[in-house]
Design a protein around this ligand. Structure first.
Ligand code: ADE
Length: 249
């Protein structure tokens, strides 16, 4: 997969050199390019913002540097250059976007080319999104109902959630199957050695070697946790994913 990120703080994205995403880059599973928006300005001060038309607080990101940066990325896209290719996807992190979740992560992990436009200040001139939609499938996306100072932290979260779903990025793909949100439920609690720690015992069933009982114990914990911590997820559950024993729980 190719990923391009445009930001006025490219240093923020340095964390994408670490851990599994960094390894995926080195192994060429992920071709990740970070661009400094100021490289697409032409004035001495490398200006990227200006006052809002209509008045109001704060500054708005100017359209020209964005237009130039996105046009360059579109030209380099392996998708739009392919015969009969679809458009690459441009994600615009914004608290006013559709909320990012595991389902969206799975969908985006299938893409060949993702670009991220990190806004700062009061946001990017709206015409940039219209212009970009000629070359990209443009999607404003929020990582939750709270306000960050810019899109960079949201991009770190999204790239990690998407990147780990790319085949080969996670050593043991089994771990993707049992984690939170993969089946609409939160994951069960886990324990390791020692068996007794600070006077607390590991649940006995996990030492029993009875795989059926262990599976039932874990499933019950998933249901219990989800019901107490995230009742909204229980309401959304597709009844067909519940088994007979779940219904008795
Ligand atoms: N930029 C500012 N707040 C944001 C949020 N909640 N999600 C994505 N991008 C943002």
């Amino acid at each position: 997969m190719r990923i391009d990120v445009v930001s006025i703080f490219p240093e923020y994205l340095a964390a994408l050199d670490l851990s599994l995403i960094g390894k995926a880059r080195r192994e060429k599973l992920l071709d990740l390019n970070v661009h400094d928006l100021r490289d697409y300005t032409h004035d001495r001060h490398r200006t990227v913002d200006d006052t809002p038309y209509g008045g109001g607080a704060g500054m708005v990101m100017k359209p020209e540097p964005w237009g130039a940066a996105l046009a360059r990325i579109a030209t380099e896209s392996p998708v739009s250059n392919a015969p009969l290719g679809d458009k690459p996807i441009l994600i615009v992190p914004s608290p006013a976007g559709a909320v990012f979740d595991q389902e969206m992560a799975y969908e985006l992990a299938e893409a060949q080319h993702l670009a991220f436009a990190c806004g700062r200040y009061e946001g990017i001139d709206e015409r940039v999104l219209e212009y970009a939609s000629e070359a990209f499938d443009v999607r404003p996306v929020s990582i939750g109902d709270y306000v960050l100072n810019g899109g960079e932290v949201a991009v770190l979260a999204m790239v990690e959630a998407i990147g780990r779903l790319i085949p080969g990025v996670i050593g043991n793909p089994e771990s993707l199957i049992e984690e939170s949100h993969s089946d609409g439920l939160l994951e069960y609690p886990v324990y390791t050695k020692p068996g007794t720690w600070e006077g607390r015992e590991v649940p006995e069933v996990l030492l029993s070697g009875n795989h059926g009982k262990i599976a039932r114990f874990r499933r019950n914990k998933q249901l219990e946790r989800t019901a107490t911590r995230r009742p909204d997820l229980i309401v959304q559950l597709d009844a067909s994913t519940l088994n007979r024993h779940d219904r008795d729980t």
